[in-house]
Design a protein around this ligand. Sequence first.
Ligand code: C2E
Length: 279
Amino acid sequence: AKDKGRDQYDFYTESLNNRAEQLMTLERELRHGLRREEFFLLFQPQVDLNTGDITAMEALIRWQHPERGEILPDEFIPVAEDTGLIMPLGNWVLQQACMQIKLLHQLLGRGVRVAVNISARQFRDPGLENVIDFALRTSGLEPRFLEIDIHEGMLSDEPEVARDQLARIRRTGVTITIDDFGTGFSSLRQLRSLPIDMLKIGQTFVKEIPEDGPNTDIATTIIGIAQQMEKQVVAEGVETEQQEYFLRMHGCSLVQGYRYASPMSFDELYRYFSDDSER
Ligand code: C2E
């Protein structure tokens, strides 16, 4: 039995070491990737069901790894966050999103908003306001066309600090959205005092629609809260006709998801807009 215990222990430390090694490799590769510009952005349109218009698009990062191919953010954003590499990476995303959307505006002859995800570490940085301002100024993008998406969970640690940071970000003139609303624990009182413009219903809650259950309640509650606070509300991850019907019936007409469009490259986005204006 003793031997068995040791075997298990060895196995455990070995897999831990493997994991630690994998993380170190990933960190090294992330560093290289940043230098070699292996990252790129995809954009997913957000649609208004009432008008059929594209109201915004969300910028989503991808990593074109030289050996492993395309890597999704869930795999490398947490490592970037832990190692601090999210700072240069996050700056790059902001800068690129602003530049590319400014170019899109010039090509289309009209403006449309771009949403950029901000990670917890970026949100804690007192210099974030300047980073945003810099991206806006150097790209020439009008502030009202930039939306900053902040996960609700990032607001709960130090609500006062979070509120001040939101106020500083808002000073740049951008739109602020609370992402994945309903997964954190903000009180209504706290929410009311925050300088925000929109709430996003995360995929987890949209997925449960239309089956009755606790999560359907959450979706309708979020819509209700947004309406009471006179904020806009967007549903993410909409895939089915039933979900669309349910959301529309409950007063949420801004939607994003595979049902309308998957995340796409800049060229595809431009074509998507061109086709849309011909419809
Ligand atoms: P998110 O902000 O919740 O983004 C939505 C995710 O859902 C995206 O995954 C998108 O491709 C996916 N999606 C869109 N429509 C549907 C649908 O109808 N069904 C389903 N099942 N999924 C859908 P992606 O691109 O893999 O991004 C995952 C997460 O990584 C994002 O979640 C966001 O939290 C984070 N992320 C992405 N880009 C960035 C970035 O530039 N910076 C930071 N800090 N985080 C990012």
